[in-house]
Design a protein. Sequence first.
Length: 86
Amino acid sequence: MATEALPDSVLGAHRAPTDTQRATAHSIIKEKKQRLSELDIQIARLNVRREAISADIHRYQEFLSPAQWLIHELLAEIFIYCFPNA
């Protein structure tokens, strides 16, 4: 159950809080920290899903790469010419 927020006029009053206001503030802080923790968990789960999707995209991009279509012997021959003569 969400605790009712204190009005801005109370939060910005620069006065010592009453016992009720102090209890309300502690309750709100606890609820906000819990919500923040829940969001962190959701973000972590979404990041795992994002990494998996990114890996899938990379695999399909490699599949479509023209270099994948060349036979290995031809690639080996091309790379031989990349090295200086010994």
